[in-house]
Design a protein around this ligand. Structure first.
Ligand code: PGA
Length: 243
């Protein structure tokens, strides 16, 4: 695992965008695994800036998102589909038909989850998966638990995650209680993983991840099974790492 500690959020955005740019330059129809949350927003803005400067072309790019609340409509301003449109897709020349976010309105969730895995396979797998990390070590909506799911599934949000995400809603009661999420295996199948983390609230989770052991009480620690993981974080998130 490569760990890069940055002095500014701009530097995190730039280095993250460099990794995505490198893949897009080597493969026009790259499959980008994307994440929501506050952490990757600056990196998406940097990708938009590079697109506007004529440095990046998204016309053949495909994308697959990690997760979506359930149930939620795509035009709800708290949905992850809405987030991706607003923070990236609406500002670059990606064909929205080539962007996949779990369907927060699907009726048969088991069938949908199986079809999402089939879609990832049909796209040829994910070239680079962008990840944030929860303060409790969750990855996407894979929350700490005795057992973790390997593939895309419907899951309950933990009280901690409901509380953390309530900042985006009018009240905690408005936060959906369930979500559709890729599983740990779906994530580990990506060819490359880029995890971004900022702020002191992530320090314990980053320390557990970087300790190199596997524990389902910190789902991110399973990334130690992957041989191409880059963690880019700020000094606050790196505070628990040995110098
Ligand atoms: P954040 O969320 O980027 O908003 O901190 C990350 C996560 O919970 O996975």
């Amino acid at each position: 695992m490569r760990v890069i500690v940055c002095d500014s959020h701009e530097e995190i955005a730039r280095l993250g965008a460099d990794m995505i740019e490198e893949i897009m330059k080597s493969k026009k129809d790259a499959v980008l695994g994307l994440a929501t949350g506050s952490t990757p927003v600056n990196m998406y803005s940097e990708l938009i800036r590079r697109y506007e400067a004529g440095e990046l072309d998204f016309s053949c790019v495909r994308s697959v998102n990690l997760d979506e609340y359930y149930p939620i409509a795509p035009d709800n301003d708290q949905s992850y589909r809405y987030f991706m449109n607003k923070n990236l897709f609406d500002h670059v020349n990606i064909d929205k038909a080539n962007t996949y976010v779990p369907d927060g309105l699907c009726e048969d969730t088991d069938a949908f989850c199986a079809s999402y895995e089939a879609k990832i396979a049909e796209l040829g797998g994910i070239d680079i998966q962008v990840l944030g990390i929860g303060g409790n070590g969750h990855i996407a909506f894979n929350e700490p638990a005795e057992a973790l799911e390997p593939l895309t599934h419907l899951t309950d949000l933990t009280p901690e995650t409901i509380a953390a995400n309530s900042r985006f809603f009018e009240s905690e009661a408005d936060v959906p209680r369930r979500a559709l999420t890729m599983g740990m295996g779906s994530i580990l199948n990506a060819r490359k993983i880029l995890l971004l983390a900022t702020g002191a609230a992530k320090a314990d989770a980053i320390a557990t991840l970087c300790a190199g052991k596997l524990t389902t009480s910190c789902p991110a620690s399973l990334l130690n099974l992957h041989d191409d993981v880059t963690v880019i974080c700020d000094r606050a998130a790196a505070a628990g790492l040995q110098a």
